[in-house]
Design a protein around this ligand. Sequence first.
Ligand code: TXA
Ligand code: MG
Length: 320
Amino acid sequence: MPIYAPIQSTIEKAAALLAEGDLVAFPTETVYGLGADATNDRAVALVFKAKARPQFNPLIVHVPSVAAAEALAELDDRARRLTQRFWPGPLSIVVKRRTDCPVSHLATAGLETIALRSPDHHVAQALLRALGRPIAAPSANVSGRLSPTTAEHVAKDLGRHVKAILDGGPCRIGLESSVVACLPEGAWLLRPGAISAESIAEVVGPLRPAPAADVARAPGMLQSHYAPALPLRLEAGRANANEALLAFGGQVPNGFATVRNLSPEGNLTEAAAHLFAYLHELDRPEFSAIAVMPIPERDLGIAINDRLRRAAQGTTSTGI
Ligand code: TXA
Ligand code: MG
């Protein structure tokens, strides 16, 4: 994997790799990001695989401008004021996805909200403009390790997984962005960072206390995971009346009202890429439930099963 000095030609090369669905690490003012085309489910699945994340935490989606953010999400007055005051910069805002938002549902972990940030770094900005699409990018480290603030950190941790690293030298801030949710229910600081709670409150008014995990799961509040309206029946074998099936692998049972197959070849990266999009597609009132075939508990299957179990908890499934 080459480490490039960031000049116009290497930035364009990196953008071309992203456009093809490959992963590229790039510098921001906070930490190095592990970037993927945010509109490409499969590329986003590769991010989770590379990081070996046990869960599909929603990723921050990077945009070059406020105008680009408005194309993806609904910004209310407070959110707009935050972007005017702090963008480009180390502040991510969690806002409601637009219904026509082209970002992968895996990037937002199936939620109706999306975290957006416009980085204050000329390389990150040039890459975003060269690609012309939003970039999903968590910190470029293996899950549980330190966030990378140099290209060498990235190479050591994730060299095998990225097609290129743009070397912008050490990051100016060295700590991930502040994350603030700005939703109709109010504004919360979800992750402290370089921009303080006080300076955020100056713009949006008093922040609500960070929601407890169970509050965050309540409908209409900050959902920490996706829960379909239909019951979810895990480890399903035979069909019940009028059930939709989320299948996996080549041996699909008959008798279901409809079937979406996460990966006919049994490929877990492909399955992860399709997971949330297919759950959304099957979550329709004409079906009685979504039955889910067993998914192997290895590699990305661990994260897939984690999300399926959480999604099933929010439903009335008896889980046979
Ligand atoms: O500084 C940064 O923000 C770095 C650089 C690369 O820009 N990126 C970064 O991304 O730290 P990431 O994907 O690791 O941050 C994800 C965090 C989640 O753990 C969660 O706290 C929050 O952002 N988040 C993302 N989407 C969310 C959503 N829809 N609702 C609530 N929180 C969300
Ligand atoms: Mg991180």
